[in-house]
Design a protein. Structure first.
Length: 342
């Protein structure tokens, strides 16, 4: 008999893992949001943290995005971004996280008069401290908001170039349907020519065609969400054959009503097809689940086996942008912990 699901969830928590799909603004818990809003004299649309949490019940992606952008108004100073990032790190340090590749949305702050420097400096300083205090390594991924113009994306890219040593890659998020990747072909080309790697949210709510475009036009190294790939067997074959990693976010994909239940999230299907599938948390403060809770949800929902859980943890390391030597060290540690817990 295999291990009980409680044991498997505990093992999943212990195993070294990377988080590859995490919006730092999506880690803003209501308590910190209220604290910062009060300090910065920003008015929130809720009377209490309980009321905020009750409002986190979304009909679709846009419904979530409206609430997410509104809450960000409480983030104003460099220290606010430091505190936000450090609060996230403190939580996941207890969940076996060894490496994080973290999205941030500068355009959502620039539009409120908060500078690129304020945002990136606060996040970066916290990530440096995280390395020293908890041994957690990280890369930053700057996302373009795809519901804004290509010109606006190009402007923010010029800002990002000034902080190139701090930013590993560019990504693309926000409202997907109606904002296809081809809108940003030139922006991504400029970014890649400047040495940024590229990822993109694709096939979260839009058809498989958006994933083809993200691969062929934006030349992304990883697909964020990617659920709609299953509409197109040729695309699935390519993603598996070329080992293009997919960052699935089980709890959020149910939270925006793409899937009805966790049982419907195609994690086992991806693994069975040889796809480099990974488990991630997206916006944990809003969808109520950090990395360990996302693993626990799929372990319960899909009745995952131990070998599948181990594969997911190893995939998260393999799919990261870490140098091969560091990937090797983490994978060896996964094997060591498996032996110690067998
Ligand atoms: N921004 C934050 N979370 C997002 C998601 N899941 N999809 C698109 N944009 C986002
Ligand atoms: Zn996302």
């Amino acid at each position: 008999m295999g291990p009980k699901s409680t044991d498997l969830k505990e093992l999943a928590r212990l195993l070294p893992k990377a988080e590859l799909h995490l919006h730092i603004e999506g880690t803003l818990e209501p308590e910190l949001m209220f604290e910062l809003a009060q300090k910065n004299r920003v008015k929130l649309p809720y009377k209490s943290t309980e009321e905020a949490r009750r409002a986190y019940n979304f009909s679709d992606l846009q419904d979530f995005l409206n609430i997410y952008y509104n809450a960000m108004k409480s983030l104003v100073t460099e220290t606010d971004f430091y505190d936000l990032t450090m609060a996230y790190i403190r939580r996941v340090a207890l969940q076996g996280l060894v490496h994080a590749e973290i999205f941030f949305d500068p355009q959502a702050h620039l539009s409120r008069g908060v500078s690129f420097k304020t945002v990136v400096s606060g996040i970066h300083r916290a990530l440096e401290d995280a390395k020293g205090r908890y041994g957690i390594s990280s890369y930053l991924i700057m996302c373009f908001l795809r519901d804004q113009s290509a010109e606006s994306a190009m402007d923010v890219l010029q800002e990002a170039k000034k902080y190139k040593p701090w930013i590993k890659a560019v990504g693309m998020d926000s409202k997907e349907l109606g904002n296809p990747p081809h809108k940003f072909t030139t922006v991504f080309e400029d970014a890649r020519n400047s040495g940024f790697l590229a990822v993109a949210h694709a096939g979260e709510e839009a058809p498989a065609e958006y994933i083809w475009e993200a691969l062929d036009l934006l030349k992304i190294s990883r697909i964020d969400h990617g659920y709609h790939m299953f509409e197109d067997p040729k695309l699935v074959e390519r993603v598996a054959k070329e080992r293009i990693p997919v960052t699935a976010c089980p709890i959020s994909s149910v939270g925006v009503n793409y899937f009805k239940r966790i049982e419907d999230v195609p994690i086992r299907k991806m693994l069975d097809l040889g796809i480099v599938a990974t488990i991630n948390s997206d916006d944990p403060a809003y969808f109520k689940g950090y990395l360990a809770e996302n693993y626990a949800a799929v372990i319960d929902g899909l009745q995952l086996r131990k070998d599948e859980v181990v594969k997911l943890a190893k995939n998260s390391i393999e799919a990261s942008f870490l140098p091969n030597a560091e990937k090797g060290t983490h994978i060896k540690m996964v094997d060591k912990i498996l032996i110690e817990n067998s």
